[in-house]
Ligand binder design. Structure first.
Ligand SMILES: [Fe+2]
Length: 395
């Protein structure tokens, strides 16, 4: 269908439409003279503030009225609005996990109520916007790994259980199971748990006892969540029967434990460890998809729908030869997330950090890129609004 210039009322204007040149009568700013695309809800507010009742849009260069329904029902600002709240949730959750895990290490009972409050807090953030807390919890130092890993797996389990259509009660169970899945590690001496180098065979055998140590800790704490006990015991089982401690296969492993296996590995490989650098989130999914026999395929597909093929924080190359970082998802549109521009690949120049919603068709992702290959500084926080002010790229 050929594009055209059409006059629309300001009420119909949405992100993704292209304002035709000279469209704003009597408005002298240069942008209005040359025309521009509405990129962000903030632009809409600026246009409304300009005081025009109608505008001309060019449907060759942007969305038309009929096709301008938003793809996702995300609030304006979406992820960025949840980032500050999710940061506070992560900090509270980490403190609670440190305290619960220390109790377990000292042989005390784990406080069930405390864990339920943490799960409520995390689940509420994930339900407001799944990608804020999940992306923040991925960023951790090697030192705080054990605790933040619990927070991250809790958030991922909540999001995955929701994605799989579980009722609220089971979503919370999944969150609790994620939070406590590794509590058995508190039975392992710290010098083995945090050893920077390769483990000896004996040390590795000790680490492999943590699923059953977890069961003991939960039982002596009077913890009655079936899902938490199940996930503690079985999150290292693999569907082909090569996991531990029992070598269970296929349906012998519960769906909840199969979900936990995916969330656990994704957070482990995307996190820094004393002995390895983190993999990028999109690269991690690609690798995990290629492992035969480890994960439940159906649940893994659900997991990819949860975090996105290009998860928040992924570095991607666009068709226009620009590097960009994924800053938000468009629900149901896995290949077209929202991205923030970083670098002109040909000229190797930093770009002003404008955001593009790839769902508008303005550009498209051609592949995943590695930050190191471009000599870029640590991109871990480049996606989040709070980091914008302090990130070297956006100085
Ligand atoms: Fe584990």
């Amino acid at each position: 269908m050929p594009g055209m210039i059409r006059k629309i009322s300001l009420a119909d204007l949405t992100v993704g439409m292209f304002i035709h040149e000279g469209a704003g009568d009597g408005i002298t700013q240069s942008l209005w003279k040359v025309g521009f695309k509405v990129q962000h809800p903030v632009d809409l507010e600026r246009i409304r503030a300009a005081g025009v009742a109608e505008v001309f849009i060019d449907t060759c260069k942007g969305l038309d009225v009929a096709q301008s329904e938003p793809i996702a029902e995300m609030p304006p600002g979406g992820l960025q609005e949840e980032v500050d709240r999710a940061l506070a949730v992560c900090a509270r959750a980490k403190r609670a996990v440190v305290s619960m895990f220390n109790d377990a290490r000292l042989g005390h009972a784990v406080n069930c109520e405390a864990s339920m409050a943490v799960v409520e807090d995390i689940a509420a953030s994930v339900m407001r916007h799944p990608h804020a807390l999940i992306s923040l919890a991925r960023l951790k130092t090697a030192d705080e790994y054990t605790y933040m890993h619990s927070v991250a797996v809790c958030g991922l389990m909540v999001a995955l259980a929701r994605q799989m259509g579980q009722p609220d009660a089971l979503v919370r169970e999944a969150g609790t199971a994620g939070l406590l899945h590794d509590i058995g590690k508190m039975a392992i001496p710290n010098d083995v748990l945090n050893k920077p180098g390769r483990l000896t065979d004996d040390e590795f055998a000790l680490v492999r006892t943590h699923p059953l140590s977890g069961l003991e800790i939960l039982q002596r704490s009077g913890f009655l969540s079936v899902a938490a006990i199940d996930v503690c015991m079985h999150h290292h089982e693999k569907v082909d029967g090569t996991g531990y401690p029992y070598g269970l296969a296929g349906d012998e492993i519960s769906p909840m434990a199969r979900m936990a296996a995916i969330c656990d590995v994704y957070d482990a490989v995307t996190s820094p460890r004393p002995y390895k650098k983190p993999w990028g989130p999109a690269h991690s999914l690609k690798e995990m998809a290629s492992w035969k026999g480890h994960f439940d395929r159906h649940l893994f597909q659900g997991f990819v729908r949860t975090v996105g093929i290009y998860p928040v924080g992924a570095l991607v190359r666009l068709d226009s030869d620009r590097l960009a970082i994924v800053v938000d998802q468009n629900e149901g549109a896995l290949l077209t997330p929202k991205v923030r521009l970083l670098l002109d690949c040909k000229r190797r120049q930093l770009l002003s950090p404008a955001c593009i919603d790839l769902a508008t068709g303005e550009d498209r992702i051609v592949r995943i890129e590695m930050a190191e290959a471009w000599g870029l500084p640590d991109l871990d926080q480049a996606w989040s609004g709070i980091a914008e002010q302090r990130h070297p790229l956006f100085g």
